[in-house]
Write a protein that binds this ligand. Structure first.
Ligand code: C5P
Length: 283
């Protein structure tokens, strides 16, 4: 079976506080983009889950979130693991704040559910995904959604009006647990207007959403990395983006465009900065 695993962006991301279980309560608007990994799944009858990808440094065993999702699926269905070969063509940048690994896991859950004739609903699949990672429930559902709690409390929102997205993943990576730990001691200077962004979505107001985009993790980045993300955002805005922000715990910066030629110009300019640059669109 073949299935796509779309990347996500955070249109807004707010951290509300630390929870007794060590996680953080979040409020964020998530958005899927067309950029996606391509997965192929084949039963192998061995009882083992094997993963192969075009990126040699990614785990090829049960440490890979895609493999964990398959194991959680059989566990939830009360079945013995039948064994699976999962091939992933990674196109979404890794360690980028775009939920690439979580999206692969969600794609495996959707594919296995489809193979068995859709016995489970998307919310049931999201519940299984919760045990694999905080972003997996959203990735099961996709589209435009408000995510709260650990990320698993989902409210579908009116779709963001279709637009072009230019994104750039700089060549450095950020440790998600380290940035979450740091955010507890950072005085947040600015918070996103998530409520305003939800209202703008309801009104189909792309520019209204774009100008409210903000991610509190930007303030928790180390100084040099913060400066780099700001530079990328400035280029996006100079090229005509309606708004620019960072996704997840970064370091990917992205901008929303209603004009394709402006988006193409932004892609060209950002290519001079190094890193991985993509022009895609919302789905
Ligand atoms: O759930 P997931 O394994 O993707 O989370 C990775 C790490 O991110 C957690 O171990 C935790 O440090 C942090 N995290 C958090 N609060 C969340 C989601 C993730 O503190 N809501």
């Amino acid at each position: 079976m073949e299935v796509l695993a779309h990347a996500k962006l955070n249109l807004t991301l707010d951290v509300l506080g630390k929870r007794p279980d060590g996680y953080h309560d979040l409020r964020m608007i998530m958005q899927s983009v067309a950029l996606a990994d391509a997965l192929t799944l084949k039963e192998n009858g061995s009882g083992e889950v094997r993963v192969s990808t075009n990126l040699h440094f990614l785990p090829n065993n049960e440490k890979n979130l895609a493999a964990q999702a398959a194991l959680r699926w059989w566990e939830a269905r009360g079945q013995t693991p039948r064994g699976l070969d999962i091939t992933i063509e990674k196109r979404v940048p890794v360690c980028a704040g775009m939920a690439g690994g979580s999206s692969d896991a969600a794609a495996v859950l959707r594919a296995l559910n489809r193979a068995e004739g859709e016995p489970l609903s998307p919310p049931d699949l999201a519940k299984i995904g919760e045990r694999v990672g905080s972003d997996v429930p959203y990735c099961v559902i996709g589209g435009t959604a408000l995510a709260e709690g650990r990320g698993e409390v989902l409210t579908p929102l009116p779709s963001l009006p279709r637009c072009w997205v230019v994104l750039c993943k700089p060549e450095f990576s950020i440790s998600t647990p380290a940035l979450f730990a740091k955010i507890d001691s950072v005085r947040l200077r600015c918070r996103p207007d998530t409520q305003g962004a939800v209202a703008a979505l309801g009104a189909g107001d792309l520019a209204g959403v774009a100008r409210r985009m903000y991610n509190v993790f930007e303030d928790a980045l180390p100084e040099r990395q913060h400066a780099r993300v700001n530079d990328l955002k400035n280029v996006l805005i100079q090229c005509g983006a309606l708004g620019a922000s960072m996704s997840g715990t970064g370091p990917t910066a992205f901008g929303l465009f209603d004009d394709e030629s402006c988006a193409q110009q932004a892609r060209e300019r950002l290519s001079d900065f190094g890193g991985e640059v993509f022009l895609t669109y919302t789905v």
